[in-house]
Design a protein around this ligand. Structure first.
Ligand code: NAP
Length: 337
């Protein structure tokens, strides 16, 4: 019996949040493998803010997904058939599997795929989150882009999310005073009680700017910026002269199709150093992954995930990143093992 592959293909470009009808769910037989190819059954998809950016026809670091194409997406899966000497049945691989049940892996593009240990030391969702791309982003942001020093005040926005939760914990490991910004009292409690942050600011509360001021009496030395918009403006206004900004993401702008028209004069007045970066440039780094796995296993870093179910739900599950209804890494289980 031939296997059926469901694919979510981009039908129209979303405006604002993603709608289910921005996608077509098509079913077609799994293609015959050519020499050098392997078939990967997708187990988990990583739900990333960048998925939303890829849906928009705006300048970005990869071409936007074309109308009619299967949605691009990072994920991991098992090899279930192989005509490649590089990949055997049972291998666990991570790469741009796409929003579909099965991906075809071509050994000519082996550099785009990471082969994972068949029995990984942490769970598969953690391999996509704390010990995967999110963890790598936080790790290099705070070690190479803007190394944070003991005693400095580090502010992390979207702090209860996938990248932010790890960035804050790495800041603590490096001896910084860590302040997280997140939406709602539950997330703020989680930052302090579960993740060991020194203070938390609920940006959805009326007095959030006052909370930020109270939490940063010595100003802000390093801003790990995940959000942009009013949150970024408020943090920048608290920065010390000569402060550093790791510009990781601007999620407040992704779904409104617009670009911020912010006033950048604070960068001049406070002599700030602002460095943008892409974790993509560090994707081959095994050092970060090994360190992160070690920290998670030793209990020095807590990994957390929100697991949603069902390939067909991917478009609306992605919205949870913009609605703030996930904590830690948001993943979508496509198939159980
Ligand atoms: P995430 O933090 O797990 O999820 C996004 C969170 O952002 C939401 O849970 C929500 O939390 C918050 N948020 C959404 N809209 C907001 C708004 N308008 N104002 C304030 N907060 C808002 O997602 P992630 O994957 O870890 O990504 C976090 C950021 O890092 C994104 O900007 C992403 O693009 C960026 N990133 C960059 C790289 C890189 O290579 N540079 C790599 C990965 C991710 P609340 O409930 O707290 O509102």
């Amino acid at each position: 019996m031939s296997l059926v592959n469901r694919q979510l293909r981009l039908k129209t470009r979303p405006e604002g949040l993603v709608r289910q009808d921005n996608f077509d769910l098509v079913e077609l037989p799994v293609p015959e493998l050519a020499e050098g190819q392997a078939l990967v059954r997708v187990l988990y998809l990583s739900m990333d803010p960048t998925n939303r950016v890829w849906m928009s026809d705006i300048p970005q670091y990869m071409p936007p997904v074309a109308i009619g194409d299967t949605m691009r997406g990072l994920g991991l899966g098992r090899v279930v058939a192989s005509r490649s000497s590089h990949y055997a049945e049972g291998d666990l691989v991570q790469g741009l599997v796409g929003w579909q049940d099965y991906a075809v892996l071509d050994e000519a593009r082996a550099k785009d795929w990471v082969k994972l240990p068949p029995k990984p030391p942490v769970s598969l969702p953690t391999l996509l989150g704390a010990c995967g791309f999110s963890g790598i982003t936080a790790y290099y942001g705070l070690t190479e882009i803007t190394p944070v020093q003991p005693g400095e005040t580090l502010v992390v926005s979207a702090a209860a999310g996938s990248v932010g939760s790890i960035a804050g914990q790495i800041g603590k490991l490096r001896g910084a005073r860590v302040v997280g910004i997140a939406g709602g009292p539950d997330k703020c409690r989680h930052l302090i009680d579960d993740l060991g942050f020194d203070a938390a600011v609920d940006y959805k509360a009326d007095d959030w700017k006052e909370q930020l001021k109270q939490a940063t009496p010595d100003g802000v030395h390093v801003n790990f910026e995940n959000v942009g918009g009013p949150v970024m403006r408020a943090v920048m206004s608290r920065m010390v002269n000569g402060g550093r900004v790791a510009l990781c993401g601007l999620i407040a702008n992704y779904a409104n199709g617009g670009r911020p028209s912010d006033d950048y004069s604070v960068i001049i007045v406070k002599r700030l150093t602002v460095r943008g970066f892409l974790a993509f440039d560090y994707r081959d780094s095994q050092k970060a992954v090994q360190d992160l796995i070690g920290w998670v296993k030793e209990g020095k870093v807590k990994a957390g995930e929100t697991v949603a179910e069902g390939l067909e739900n991917a478009p609306t599950v992605l919205n949870r990143l913009f609605e703030g209804t996930s904590t830690g890494k948001l993943v979508l289980r496509v198939h159980g093992e």
